[in-house]
Design a protein around this ligand. Structure first.
Ligand SMILES: Cc1cc2nc3c(=O)[nH]c(=O)nc-3n(C[C@H](O)[C@H](O)[C@H](O)COP(=O)(O)OP(=O)(O)OC[C@H]3O[C@@H](n4cnc5c(N)ncnc54)[C@H](O)[C@@H]3O)c2cc1C
Length: 336
């Protein structure tokens, strides 16, 4: 008979979210295996299902206590299998994403180097289709295994079934439906570096290894992004807005320097950090929260930030950008 996980009452979530916001879970369970998860799903403790699934807490803004069950995925394991044209890497949801990237690089396998140093768990990576330096998870994903909470059984979803978009997926659009237990990555052989983004363009593709690209990306991230261990944050607070090319042309009349990237099908991504900086918010604080001095897209907790301060600063930044550029910013972290 599979064991139920230990259920604890009234647990602080403050050390479990990288923004360091104070919130409590009424009931909290750490899940170490699929069997434990299924046992919980079919027990009376499940109720209406988890109010929150927690990974590393690096993409969350907790504005309140969570009244129901909080489930933290901590199942571990990783295997690599070679096929003629790829290496398939299966990782359990509770693995640390960056540890998986490191392990593939140490094994001499390329494909994840642009996604190095992204905090959080493997299980959360498909939720917002993590991306950095010109690569998105969707480009390296074979399938996702998840508990279909409604059906009560495990399902395997192909990449197409996950409906990935820019920082978006089926999982993000249907919260509470799927609880991801494992992810299988497909890393193509031979390796092709992706050097399309920013400073990576200056690298010489003919004499590069995946580890060297990773080193460069990690160094660029370190120079730009605040370490949540030193200055709590949840990474980029806003997505880069995607607008039709004609809209960019209109904005360029007044702001010729606006930064944008092609986003396909007659659209462009506007650099939200550039617009926030142009509105004067880079490095500016309101109480215990601020837009970071090196990366205007990242909101930081200067010590004892409250959820009201976080939401307050987010609102005034959104208002400034809308008033100046007529563009609506969308928040990237999940707000609970
Ligand atoms: C300093 C910093 C830099 C960052 N840089 C990047 C970056 O470059 N690119 C990028 O894309 N993101 C970035 N992020 C955001 C974050 O790292 C990613 O979104 C990451 O995937 C979140 O993982 P997590 O385990 O911490 O998720 P959590 O914050 O715990 O959860 C995020 C969401 O996923 C859901 N979830 C978590 N686990 C599961 C599961 N097993 N099944 C179903 N749902 C689940 C949660 O319910 C929640 O809705 C950054 C964050 C920080 C703090």
């Amino acid at each position: 008979m599979p064991q139920l996980p230990l259920l604890r009452a009234d647990v602080s979530l403050q050390p479990l979210n990288t923004f360091g916001l104070a919130a409590r879970a009424a009931t909290f369970a750490v899940i170490e295996s699929e069997e434990e998860l299924l046992a919980l799903r079919h027990s009376s403790h499940w109720g209406a299902g988890p109010a929150l699934v927690l990974g590393g807490g690096s993409n969350l803004v907790l504005t309140r206590d969570v009244a129901g069950l909080v489930v933290c995925m901590a199942n571990k394991g990783m295997t690599m299998r070679k096929t003629p044209d790829a290496v398939l890497v299966e990782c359990k949801a509770g693995e640390n994403w960056n540890a998986v990237v490191d392990a593939t690089l140490k094994a001499g396998i390329g494909g994840l180097e642009n996604l190095i140093s992204i905090p959080g768990s493997v299980g959360a990576a498909p939720v917002q289709n993590i991306g950095a330096y010109g690569v998105e998870l969707a480009q390296r994903l074979e399938s996702v295994t998840a508990l279909d909470c409604a059906a009560g059984s495990l399902v395997k979803l192909s990449r197409d079934a996950c409906q990935f978009g820019y920082r978006d997926s089926l999982f993000r659009r249907s919260p509470g439906r799927f609880l991801i237990t494992a992810v299988t990555l497909r890393l193509p052989v031979p390796w092709q570096p992706n050097l399309t983004y920013g400073e990576l363009r200056s690298l010489d593709a003919s004499s590069l290894s995946p580890a060297q690209v990773a080193q460069k990306v990690a160094a660029m991230r370190k120079a730009k992004l605040p370490d949540p261990g030193e200055m709590p944050n949840a990474g980029s607070f806003f997505k880069n807005p995607v607008v039709p090319c004609e809209r960019l042309d209109e904005i360029r009349v007044a702001y010729p320097d606006i930064v944008s990237y092609p986003a396909g099908a007659g659209t462009v991504k506007l650099a939200a950090a550039w617009m926030i900086e142009a509105c004067g918010w880079k490095g500016r604080a309101l109480g215990q929260v601020a837009m970071h001095e090196r990366q205007a897209l990242v909101m930081v907790n200067r010590g004892k930030a409250t959820a009201a301060e976080v939401l307050g600063l987010a609102s005034v930044v959104e208002k400034s950008v809308f008033e100046k550029f007529g563009v609506t910013l969308e928040r990237e972290p999940i707000v609970i």
